[in-house]
Design a protein around this ligand. Sequence first.
Ligand SMILES: Cc1ncc(COP(=O)(O)O)c(C=O)c1O
Length: 384
Amino acid sequence: MPSKAIIEKLKKIQTPFYFYDIELLKKTAQTAINEAEKFGYTIHYALKANSNHKILKILSAAGFGADCVSANEIVRATECGFNPKHIAYAGVGKTDKEINTALDSGIFTFNCESLPEIENINSIAAKKSKIADIAIRINPNVDAHTHEYVTTGLEENKFGISEWQFNEVVEKIKSLDSVKLISLHFHIGSQITDMKVFETLCARVNEIQKIFETLGIKLPHLNVGGGLGIDYKNPDANSIIDFKSYFEIFNKNLNLYDGQKLHFELGRSIVAQCGSLITQVTYVKNGRQKNFVITDGGMNDLIRPALYRAYHKIKNLTSSKPEKIYDIVGPICESSDCFAKNEMINETQRGDILAICSAGAYGEVMASQYNLRELPKAYYSDEI
Ligand SMILES: Cc1ncc(COP(=O)(O)O)c(C=O)c1O
């Protein structure tokens, strides 16, 4: 819960808007970096979670590399202080224009998702007389046990290269002069809360490294992606996720070669808890079956509940009355424009200010102007 002084300041700002707790962001970033450094691991922050300039500047200063999924993200990361040599670039559909930009920027790796993509990067690099460092993104066929829309490591998903293709891909890469294989890459999904999934991933990565050894390949880097989930139900109690236990799983279960560097691509776990969507109650509508709280923020501002039926804790910042049960909904003419069903919050009236918590990841970046609504602005705890 923000302090009384902060709530007084938030009340004066035009809603809806994103509010970022910068102290929490810095603390989270430092904890993640410190825990990773204990094992010599590198974290590339996944810009897709939040590519807000101020947040990126804080994270580049804290020592993160970057994980990008578009050329525009590469440009943004570089503008905000990330060293291009620490940028990994993923995505199933990199266009020629994007590959050109990435080559000109001098990034760390292209995480390649198919044979045609590798051939295309090779021919674009050849025209520039460059050699592109690449990783093969492996589809390890490991179930992340998370929402189907953010599961990426099953063979039915569009991502990566499967085991039956390894031989052909390795032979092809050996025949190409303008790409150099330096890493394998894995990313099996997002909002993973069952830590056993990461143990399973490690076991599978060990198997796959062995298969590559039989093909004569031992690589200097390994990238196990992101996916570490956060506690949406109890954001105050668990505002910083247990990075220590997470990295220990990899240290205990992964067989790295001597000198092989391990890379991560964490997004959500770094930025989710520091952000809230602040919205004002326009009306309270009492029905026979349900009481609705109608807010001025909508699914265009924060789409996760509509897209994934994601849960976000909601707090009424301006009421201390006893709690009541409401459906908390936005103003847009879609029944999916609903932030929470049967949520218990302090009794609410028109004009109250609500905080939709844990919205720092996949929130502001996914906002749209649907219904010609304005994009939400961002405010920061150290500037208001
Ligand atoms: C390739 C890749 N790496 C990293 C991430 C970041 O994942 P998360 O925010 O769950 O840590 C994603 C997100 O889905 C991704 O697609």
